[in-house]
Ligand binder design. Structure first.
Ligand SMILES: *Cc1c(COP(=O)(O)O)cnc(C)c1O
Length: 508
């Protein structure tokens, strides 16, 4: 073993572009050739991924995948990048899901744009940390400018609004709920939860969401000490949007039970159905009760830029806070998300002074610190730079065009499915989700039939679709996010689905 290790180290020195002793791996001007070669070699693998992958998935089973990874001895180092990339290709890249292919129609994973990937190179190499000005001077103001830009798209007055980039929609939703809870407690009871913890009333706080809202609301409520019981799920209408008359009823019912409504989370684009809750109606009710309105627009934020479909978001500007997921709907690589709040003074409720980072005596306006706005991250990537690259190279019009194309494609696909007697469509969508199933008159167990189709597709890797259950029934689900996908691609996907559907039973 020991011998082996020594010889591989010697080899490593021999094959690196420069022999810089023990420090050849440090990112430093002395090693810039090493950096360039490492990046270029890795980029070659990316290109291979693009040119080689004709299917969205290899179809490998978890058991085999696990074995491949387990076999590797992490304490036996490799000698060259070629060896490393061959290894990583074998256990990762070859089996990575290719979100950019039209045959990937499963989850909310958008294809990503090249300017953002170029930005990513700078994000990781310069490695600014967005917590304080002294760790990211330009980055602090660039992030702020993008937050203002996003707030403007929402329809907020940018002099009053504020926000911060986050790790994802779940975290942004957490910020929305924390602000909802803490501002309510402060205003109604003059009780400061940040300093004093939950008050006795908090056990009766209730937050209203639709029963198709994202599960992060439940998780967040439990982290916050309110318990999942604090989340009241309001049933949805025939288009899977929050039913407003039931919302009113549920609020009244909770009040009668002695509970305390503190806010409503509207979903602008549900994960499963892609529909937007009635935002104006929800805003009316939140106003009437003087409670917080948070809009989870993790998915639906794409519509902010669209002229054609923007009116679906009417009322979003009345919300107190909004979740934006650029990595769901702005063609950004993971992670790229934001939490935006209408009233920046309210965001101060989260602020904490750490003497070594943002001591009290530092005037916020003179020495800005984004850490004041971040709830669970101190060291934080400059993800905003990817969006900067994207907007500056593409402009918001082109992003909007991509979104419109995808929504139009979804409408065409909905027609194709509806008109085909082999399919039964459950829901079309404001955005780009379709829920449907394959039916066969001679097969009673439609659930088994559709599950069979989904598994066939998955392990052949030719097409990746998602699924969902509605009233105990199993449905196939398309999430269309790729503007490159054509109706011809969709036609082929549907044909393949039918082919497997016809095989059911005969080959089972
Ligand atoms: C995906 C999603 C989230 C969670 O966002 P992450 O970035 O995955 O944490 C929240 N809400 C909705 C509606 C989503 O679709």
């Amino acid at each position: 073993m020991n011998n082996n290790l020594i010889s591989s180290e010697e080899l490593s020195n021999a094959v690196l572009p420069h022999n810089l002793g023990n420090f050849e791996n440090i990112f430093h001007s002395a090693n810039s050739e090493h950096y360039r070669n490492a990046i270029n070699t890795t980029t070659d693998l990316v290109q291979e991924f693009l040119s080689r992958n004709k299917k969205p998935f290899s179809g490998i089973e978890a058991k085999e995948m696990k074995e491949k990874v387990q076999q590797i001895d992490l304490d036996q180092k490799l000698s060259t990048y070629d060896e490393l990339l061959a290894e990583v290709d074998d256990i990762y890249v070859k089996h990575a899901t290719a979100f950019h292919l039209p045959q990937y129609v499963a989850h909310l994973n958008c294809p990503i744009v090249i300017p953002a990937l170029a930005g990513e190179i700078l994000v990781s190499a310069i490695n600014s940390s967005q917590d304080t000005y002294d760790q990211s001077a330009g980055g602090t103001f660039m992030e702020r400018k993008l937050i203002d830009w996003t707030a403007k798209q929402i329809g907020y007055d940018v002099n009053d609004s504020d926000g911060v980039f986050t790790a994802g929609g779940s975290q942004s939703n957490l910020m929305g709920l924390v602000m909802m809870r803490d501002c309510f407690s402060q205003k109604r009871y003059n009780h400061n939860i940040k300093m004093d913890g939950l008050s006795p009333e908090a056990g009766r706080f209730r937050i209203f969401v639709s029963d198709k809202s994202h599960f992060s609301n439940l998780k967040n409520a439990s982290i916050m000490g309110l318990g999942e019981k604090s989340i009241i799920k309001v049933p949805t209408d025939d288009r899977f949007r929050m039913d407003i008359s039931l919302l009113k009823k549920y609020i009244k019912r909770e009040e009668q039970l002695g509970n305390i409504p503190i806010g409503i989370v509207a979903t602008a684009g549900t994960t499963d159905f892609g529909n937007v809750d009635p935002l104006e109606d929800i805003a009316d009710i939140a106003e009437q009760y003087n409670i917080w309105m948070h809009v989870d627009a993790a998915y639906g934020c794409a519509l902010l830029l669209s002229e054609k479909y923007r009116d679906l978001l009417n009322g979003i500007e009345r919300a107190d806070s909004v979740t934006i997921d650029y990595h769901k709907s702005f063609f950004q690589p993971i992670s790229s998300s934001a939490f935006i709040v209408k009233n920046k003074r309210e965001l101060l409720i989260l602020k904490h002074h750490a003497d070594y980072l943002n001591p009290k005596e530092m005037d916020e306006e003179e020495i800005p610190a984004q850490i004041n706005k971040s709830i669970t991250q101190s060291t934080r990537r400059f993800d905003a730079l990817k969006l900067w690259f994207t907007l500056r190279m593409m402009g918001k019009e082109q992003l909007a065009e991509y979104t419109d194309t995808v929504i139009d494609l979804t409408k065409d696909t909905a027609s194709m499915i509806s008109e085909d007697p082999d399919f039964e469509i459950l829901s079309d969508s404001d955005l780009s989700v379709l829920v449907f199933r394959y039916i066969r008159s001679d097969i009673e167990d439609t659930n088994a039939l559709n599950l069979f189709i989904k598994m066939k597709l998955f392990y052949s890797g030719e097409i990746l679709v998602a699924s969902t259950k509605v009233n105990g029934n199993f449905y196939l689900k398309f999430t269309l996010l790729n503007p490159i996908t054509t109706t011809e691609d969709i036609h082929q996907i549907l044909t393949t689905i039918k082919k497997h559907g016809k095989d059911f039973n005969t080959e089972k």
